[in-house]
Design a binder for this molecule. Structure first.
Ligand code: G6P
Length: 616
């Protein structure tokens, strides 16, 4: 994961500031930490394997000179084992450039080979050191750090948030971002960069959030942003208040809307640092602690959760069966207590909870453990009870979710469960390296495709669908196979925030009862994206239309048959069927939001609900 903090100020010493911010980012990685400052025309680095406390002891023993510029990093190893030499910051061999980086440079081997051929010697196994050398090499050519960073990034494939500085320029930092988060903090006489806002709240509430593909030049006087083509970008800063909730709201009218729009970033944050693209495999942080042998030893996996997380659990089971050919079962966590005691030794129970504090889910976890079973917690909040008490942990890294109706946390959970299913499939030998690579490439390709879900072409159909739903007394959400849980989630979102009664059903079940409800006043939302269920979904839509029902469909914009049948099509991009739930849930979240907004509902705090339900 890795956390970054950097500062440049008009004078004084910023190392203390930077370390204070770094401590709040330790949740992002903690196998090593480091800091660099500029002094006497050169770069001074301290970096140590272990937690930030180890680095602090090193700094007490070998103090850094005071410096108006500092960059710091807390690492979660991707390339190269945790070791002092692999810890960030990294410099080039001339000691002219220093870099901190979060993400993965996919083509680092190729770049390293090219640089070695030109005489560069490397001291670590990291992809980041390659970046430092490449930037240093280009800096020597024309002396401009921003240009050198941009030219280096033109040659790089992968995900990054990075900050660079050059020896002899204590007034300048260059930052860049693609797929990994980075914010810029603005203060009087100083400018900061960090992986998240809370890391800088001790110094500023004014932030510029760097967008994908942008770079920034930071000086004590402020920051100038540049787009991918190198054109300056004007963007007013976002003002943060002190409470964490407000700090996350930005300019959005509701947290829910912001969190819906954050989902493309959630994909990168939950998944990308964990992908071992070359091996076609996934590597979780040490808290996961299940090796191939342990994973291959389980005869079944059980998925338990509540609310929206329960819908992720349903998908977890389906993905496990698809990718690992292992039976899964799903149980609402509140029901487990009453279930008969079956042998647990050969099973792994996956408990999924955004907050990690939901009482029913915790109770189920403890009951599994009391029966001799092991629990893998999938959780968004570091330090939550689920994270602390589960035997194994996957953090979803979605960032704080404030809207009561869960959106981005669900997206992160489903992403994590896809990774888990793939990992189990690899451990069991069901997925070979080539297939693993394809599945990871599918996930990486999904990121840019998600942008289409928020594009201008989605606005008119969304408005038409919300107009159609707002006066309805109730409605039905239909999906099949991997999109049955998405139908359930779409219905839950709508009822939670609009108070319109909505039911999710497997579409095949419609004829066994719900069809009696169909009328012009009782619309149907049908998920009809490509895949093995597409034809059957179109048949279901025909059946609804034959009974004067109105249909909002989620499907491809160029699906002619669907366009002819449905009253409105919420367009989605085409993606592999296994990833379609991640795409299809987004228009349904937006539909719930738009409908609730038309009805004037309290979107972020719907009546009678709570974000974290801590009673059984
Ligand atoms: C509450 C929230 C839901 C959430 C559920 C489970 O009902 O309103 O949005 O899905 O709790 O929460 P958890 O934190 O365990 O995922």
């Amino acid at each position: 994961m890795c956390g970054i903090v950097a500062a440049v100020s008009a004078g004084g010493d910023v190392a203390g500031d930077v370390l204070a911010g770094l401590r709040t980012l330790e949740y992002r990685g903690y196998d090593s930490a480091g800091i660099a400052v500029l002094a006497d025309g050169g770069i001074e680095v301290r970096r140590k394997m272990g937690k930030i406390a180890v680095l602090e002891r090193e700094l007490a023993a070998r103090a850094l000179p005071p410096s108006p510029l500092a960059l710091a990093h807390t690492r979660w190893a991707t390339h190269g084992a945790p070791a002092d030499r692999n810890a960030h910051p990294h410099t080039d061999d001339a000691g002219a450039v220093v870099v901190v980086h979060n993400g993965i440079i996919e083509n680092y081997r190729e770049l390293r080979g090219l640089l070695q051929a030109q005489g560069h010697a490397f001291r670590s196994e990291t992809d980041t050191e390659v970046l430092a050398h490449l930037i240093g090499h280009l800096l020597r050519e024309d002396g401009d750090l921003h240009r050198a960073v941009r030219r280096a990034l033109d040659r790089v494939h992968g995900a990054y948030a990075l900050v660079a500085a050059a020896a002899g320029r204590p007034d300048l930092l260059v930052a860049a971002r693609r797929d990994s988060p980075l914010v810029i903090g603005l203060a009087e006489g100083a400018c900061y960069a960090a992986s998240d806002m809370p890391a800088l709240l001790h110094r500023t509430r004014d932030f510029l959030v760097l967008e994908n593909g942008e770079t920034a030049v930071l000086t004590p006087n402020g920051a100038v942003l540049y787009d991918g083509a190198g054109r300056p970008v004007e963007r007013p800063p976002v003002r943060c208040d002190w409470t964490p909730e407000q700090a996350e709201k930005g300019g959005y009218p509701h947290f829910m809307l912001k969190e819906i729009e954050e989902q493309p970033d959630v994909l990168a944050r939950t998944a990308f640092d964990r992908l071992r693209d070359d091996e076609g495999d996934v590597e979780f942080e040490p808290g996961f602690d299940l090796d191939d042998q342990a994973l291959a030893g389980f005869r079944r996996l059980r998925f338990m959760a509540m609310g929206t997380s329960f819908h992720a659990a349903l998908l977890g089971k389906l993905m496990l069966e698809e990718l690992a050919a292992l039976p899964g079962d799903t149980l609402n966590a509140s029901e487990f207590l009453y279930s008969p005691r079956l042998p647990e030794e050969d099973a792994l129970t996956v408990v999924i909870s955004q907050s990690g504090e939901t009482a029913d889910s915790l109770r189920a976890m403890r009951e599994v453990q009391a029966r001799g079973g092991r629990v893998l917690g999938v959780c968004n909040v570091r330090g939550a009870t689920l994270e602390r008490e589960a035997d194994h942990v996957i953090l979803t890294h979605c960032g704080p979710e404030v809207g009561v109706a869960s959106t981005k946390a669900f997206f992160g959970q489903v992403t994590a469960l896809y990774l888990l299913a793939l990992r189990v499939g690899r451990a069991r030998g069901v997925i070979d390296r080539d297939r693993g690579r394809e599945l990871l490439a599918d996930l990486r390709r999904l990121r840019p495709r998600l942008d289409a879900l928020f594009g201008p072409a989605t606005a008119a159909p969304l408005a038409a669908a919300a107009e159609l739903l707002a006066p309805a007394a109730g409605c039905l959400f239909l999906g099949r196979c991997l999109n049955h849980p998405i139908a359930l989630e779409g219905a839950l979102k709508l009822k939670e925030i609009s108070y319109i009664h909505a039911e999710g059903y497997p579409a095949g079940e419609m004829k066994h009862g719900p069809i009696a409800l169909i009328s012009p006043e009782f619309p149907v939302v049908a998920i009809a994206t490509p895949g093995r269920t597409h034809d059957k979904m179109l048949s279901n839509i025909e059946e609804v239309k034959a009974r004067a029902g109105r249909v909002i469909a989620v499907g491809l914009a160029d699906d002619r048959r669907l366009a002819e049948l449905a009253d409105v099509v919420l367009p989605v991009p085409e993606v592999p069927e296994l990833l379609s739930p991640l795409v299809n849930v987004i228009p349904l979240q937006r539909l719930a939001y738009e409908t609730a907004r038309r009805l004037g509902r309290e979107i972020d705090q719907p009546r009678n609900l709570a974000k974290s339900v801590t009673v059984e």
